[in-house]
Each structure stands twice: as structure tokens, then as C-alpha cells.
Design a protein around this ligand. Structure first.
Ligand SMILES: Cc1cc2nc3c(=O)[nH]c(=O)nc-3n(C[C@H](O)[C@H](O)[C@H](O)COP(=O)(O)O)c2cc1C
Length: 327
């Protein structure tokens, strides 16, 4: 696969040349994706950081690039029965069942806090029909303080025999097109990794007007208690996340970077700055930290510092690192 030249190299070279001799080089690590300006390229991933406020006693939220909140649906949802999570050798399985407070309560109870932060607010949106997605976005459009929508297309379309939106380029195009028509904010489409060729859904989302892509969501997995011969998670199958999925996720970002022109946000098993940099060098303009928040809530802050140190050491602005893979 040919190496794509970083789209930002020229601009960044110019700005670095302006650093007078003898003055310390200060790398720029802010980034603009889909018209949204982030003070740094590190966000927290949906479903792993609540609605942000839950982590306020543990993390200085104002230092984050962004917070992507738990998936929101038009109506509240109770989620699946327990057990809903199970720890694996290098990650976890979850089948929370997209439990959430619903779009209206989100606007009333969660958004007022989020809009006081310097971190950008992305709202993860899901539904079981295209109309569900549209209705949810229409409600959310009424709120002040949302910077962008992240469309979770890993849901089964109940009208089409449960076929998962993100597994089918046609369904992807349909739901992204419908979302774009009504959305008052940029639409970032979150791709499912449970496909043979992720570039097919990536291209479909881009063709339908997606402003950016985030990838990846969890991998469908399963674990069994051999003593009781029962599934470890009540839903039987569950989403696998954490360090174990990182190499597959990095590969998917690399492939997608060469398949589309819109910006990418890398997700999957990030627990350190080095992990994040793999995604960035493969082509991601930003990253989301997920499962690591559960066992080390300060991971995102460490990732931000690590990226800054890397840029300083290499005398590069962040934009020059994006897609800098040498093959
Ligand atoms: C408990 C849990 C809940 C999640 N809920 C959502 C969700 O509501 N919407 C969504 O798009 N992704 C959800 N995800 C997926 C994550 O945002 C992320 O894409 C995935 O976990 C991979 O990243 P990680 O390996 O860093 O966790 C969830 C993941 C976990 C572990």
C-alpha cells in the first residue's frame, strides 16, 4: 500500500521554521476535526467514562481534548440483565445493552455540566431504526453545548431482520445520510470492526456525508464458565475491548486512512501514549481511550503528556506525526 504524505506537513514546517534560534520548540498538539477544535487529540471513549461528571473527582476534565458520552437513544433504556461484564486475559467483554437516560434527560441533567468544560463534548447516538437515530438527533439538536455527534452504527436494525447497520454498506449509507440531513453539528461515524473489509463501510459513510470516522467499536466475543456450562455474560455474546484488540484496531485505522479522505479517530486498547501514537502514525488525527478508564482513570492525561513529550523529543508538531508511517 502506498504511503500517504501527511496532509499537514507543509503548514507545520512553516510554523516550526518561525521558532527563533535559541528559543525552545513548543509543539502544537491541538487539532481540528470536522470543524471542531480540540485542545489536544485525546478523548474518552463512549460507555467507558459515563457522562463525564462521574470522573470529575478523579480526573481534571478540563485537560481532556474531548469527552464522548455514553450512547444516547431517543428514549431511556434499562440495558441488559447482569452479569453484563467479564474480564478476559487482556481486556473485557461487555453487554451493557446501551443503558442510558435518553436524549431529553441527557439535555436536562448531563449537558449543563459538560458545557462548562474546555473538553469538547461528543454525544454518541444510537437507535434500532433509521427513524430512531433521526429522532434522537432532533431532540439533541435542541441542546446547547454539544460539539458533535458520534453515530454508533453497531446496532441491529430491527426492521431489517436485525442486520447490523455497520456491517452493511447500504444500511450505513442510509443511516448516515439521514443523520446528516437533520444534524445541527458534525457527524462522526463510529465503525464496527465486525466486518470482513472495514474500508467498505468507511467509504459508504464518507459517501453519505460523514464528517469524520471513529474506529473501532468492540469485537463480538463470548466466554463460557465450564463448570456451569453457562455463558459468562447474560446476553451470551458480548463486545470485546481492551489491550488485546489494539493490533487489529491499528490495522483497521491504517487501511481506512488509505481508503477515505475524511479525518479518523483511532480507538481500541489504548492504555499509554505509545499505544495512541501507533494509531496516530497509522493515520488517526485523534484517539479515544476506553477500557483503560476503568482501571486507570488518569490514562487519558498520561497519554496527552506522552504525546507532547514525543513531539518535543522529535521536534515535530502533532499534525506532522499523523500518518507518518514509513513502509
Ligand atoms: C462497558 C463499555 C460500554 C461501551 N458503550 C459504548 C456505547 O454506548 N457506544 C459506543 O459507541 N461504544 C461503546 N463502547 C465501545 C468503546 O467506546 C470503544 O469503542 C471500545 O471499548 C474499544 O476501545 P477500548 O479497547 O479502549 O475500550 C463501550 C465499551 C465498553 C467497554
Amino acid at each position: 500500500m502506498p504511503t500517504k504524505v501527511s496532509k499537514f506537513r507543509k503548514l507545520s514546517d512553516k510554523s516550526r521554521d518561525k521558532v527563533p534560534h535559541g528559543k525552545e520548540f513548543v509543539p502544537a498538539i491541538d487539532v481540528t476535526i470536522a470543524g471542531i477544535h480540540f485542545q489536544n487529540p485525546v478523548m474518552t471513549a463512549s460507555g467507558t467514562f459515563g457522562y463525564g461528571q462521574e470522573y470529575a473527582p478523579l480526573v481534571d476534565l478540563n485537560q481532556l481534548g474531548g469527552i464522548c458520552v455514553k450512547g444516547i437513544s431517543a428514549e431511556p433504556m434499562p440495558g441488559n440483565a447482569p452479569p453484563r461484564i467479564y474480564e478476559t486475559d487482556s481486556g473485557m467483554l461487555n453487554a451493557i445493552g446501551l443503558q442510558n437516560v435518553g436524549a431529553r434527560r441527557f439535555l436536562e441533567e448531563k449537558l449543563p455540566f459538560l458545557r462548562t468544560l474546555r473538553a469538547r463534548c461528543l454525544v454518541n447516538v444510537f437507535g434500532y431504526s433509521t427513524e430512531d437515530y433521526v429522532r434522537c438527533i432532533e431532540i439533541l439538536n435542541e441542546g446547547e453545548g454539544i460539539d458533535g455527534y458520534e453515530l454508533n452504527i453497531s446496532c441491529p436494525n430491527t426492521r431489517r431482520g436485525g442486520m447490523v447497520y455497520g456491517n452493511d454498506p447500504k444500511l450505513t449509507e442510509e443511516v448516515v445520510g439521514a443523520a446528516k440531513k437533520v444534524a445541527r453539528h458534525p457527524v462522526i461515524v463510529k465503525l464496527s470492526p465486525n466486518v470482513t473489509d472495514i474500508t467498505a463501510t468507511a467509504r459508504a459513510a464518507e459517501a453519505a456525508g460523514a464528517d469524520a470516522l471513529s474506529l473501532v467499536n468492540t469485537f463480538v466475543g463470548m466466554a463460557i464458565d465450564v463448570e456451569t456450562c453457562t455463558p459468562r455474560v447474560s446476553n451470551i455474546t458480548a463486545g470485546l475491548s481492551g489491550p488485546g484488540i489494539k493490533p487489529v484496531a491499528v490495522r483497521m485505522v491504517y487501511q481506512t486512512y488509505h481508503a477515505v479522505k475524511i479525518p479518523l479517530i483511532g480507538i481500541g486498547g489504548i492504555a499509554s501514549a505509545e499505544d495512541a501514537l501507533e494509531f496516530i502514525i497509522a493515520g488517526a488525527q485523534a484517539v479515544e481511550v476506553g477500557t483503560a478508564n476503568f482501571y486507570a482513570p488518569d490514562t487519558s492525561l498520561r497519554v496527552i503528556e506522552g504525546i507532547r513529550d514525543y513531539c518535543l523529543r522529535k521536534r515535530l508538531h502533532f499534525a506532522e506525526v499523523v500518518g507518518s508511517l514509513k513502509v
